[in-house]
Ligand binder design. Structure first.
Ligand SMILES: Nc1nc2c(ncn2[C@@H]2O[C@H](COP(=O)(O)OP(=O)(O)OP(=O)(O)O)[C@@H](O)[C@H]2O)c(=O)[nH]1
Ligand SMILES: [Mg+2]
Length: 311
């Protein structure tokens, strides 16, 4: 929480370690995360979109703004383990930001383990550890369609970045294949006509009053390389956070992600039989969402409960 880089790196490595002793240790670490950080403070933001749309470039432009506001940032980026795109994934500017002496930015790449959206089960606890040390946590994932929007099940605010002159996104959104993100952005505004056309198409096909629940979704355009439209994105994501806070939804969303994570973990460890033994998924979710206390202790408690029954 004091943003000691080596401590943060060690904590994240621990969460990624599958050995039983490491898992037990990770459990204790997570159980000690303050409830306030886990449920009430900071901002978890997901950025998703097709390969090469400029997600990393936009992130670095956004990070510069946030650093000007003295806000600390943690970045989790899913590196698709493709040998083609190689190591250039995080983007040069982002690399520079992280390696610079500025201790306000911390970057960690996530290996893609073939789970949908490139997100692994560890992404959620890793986001929380990052959140304990930063004001803002960004999660970058790649994809087109339903899969990558999975990031919306881990973050407070989801931004979708669309590519100029690509009808895919619009088709997906129209067909309801893709959940509507909280902020839509057409990047590469500087290419001119194609970007303007895509922006108009997005606005038109979604209608003027696009909503995600009661939230009116802003449709923005930006150029990560020229830095235009970036301030508007910062504003839009902050407005969404304020809206979540007013609705009391920041805490309830995180509680629900947390409950989903625990149930998923338990199912992986004990199967459907284990879930049934604990009263079934619905009851388990309801209990978890309403219970106070450290979120990860609940996992330990439920696991111990199951282990005790069969030992
Ligand atoms: N013209 C223009 N090019 C851009 C813009 N933003 C990014 N690019 C370029 O697009 C390419 C991909 O940028 P990245 O930021 O790596 O895109 P990404 O979405 O993170 O890519 P992956 O992580 O590989 O999916 C780079 O060559 C960038 O220089 C922009 O606003 N305008
Ligand atoms: Mg990238």
């Amino acid at each position: 929480m004091a943003r000691e880089r080596s401590a943060l790196a060690t904590a994240l490595n621990l969460l990624d370690d599958k050995r039983p002793e490491a898992r037990a240790c990770a459990g204790r670490l997570l159980a000690n995360l303050p409830e306030d950080k886990v449920y009430h403070s900071g901002h978890l933001i997901g950025l998703t979109g097709p390969p090469g749309v400029g997600k990393s470039s936009l992130i670095s432009a956004l990070v510069e703004r946030w650093r000007d506001q003295r806000r600390t940032v943690g970045i989790l980026a899913v590196d698709p383990s493709s040998p083609v795109s190689g190591g250039a994934l995080l983007g040069d500017r982002l690399r520079m930001l992280s390696s610079s002496t500025d201790g306000g930015v911390f970057i960690r790449s996530l290996a893609c383990r073939g789970e949908v959206g490139g997100l692994s089960a560890e992404t959620w606890p890793m986001s929380l550890v990052m959140l304990a040390a930063s004001d803002i946590v960004l999660v970058e994932t790649v994809g087109v369609g339903q899969k990558e929007i999975d990031v919306s099940k881990l973050t407070d605010t989801t931004c979708f970045i669309a590519q100029p002159a690509s009808g895919d996104t619009i088709q997906f959104l129209k067909a309801g294949i893709m959940e509507v993100p909280h902020v839509l952005i057409v990047n590469k505004q500087d290419v001119g006509l194609a970007a303007r056309k895509t922006l108009t198409e997005l606005q038109a096909s979604l209608g003027r009053n696009t909503h995600n629940g009661d939230w009116a979704v802003p449709v923005l355009s930006a150029s990560a390389t020229q830095g235009t439209g970036v301030a508007e994105i910062v504003e839009a994501v902050e407005s969404h956070r304020q809206w979540l806070l007013r609705e009391g939804a920041l805490c309830s969303r995180r509680r629900s992600f947390q409950a989903q994570w625990i149930v998923k973990r338990l199912r992986e460890d004990f199967g459907r039989f284990g879930i049934e033994a604990l009263g079934g998924e619905r009851r388990l979710m309801e209990d978890l969402i309403t219970q106070g206390g450290s979120p990860f202790e609940h996992y330990d408690r439920l696991r111990d409960d199951l282990v005790a029954r069969w030992s």
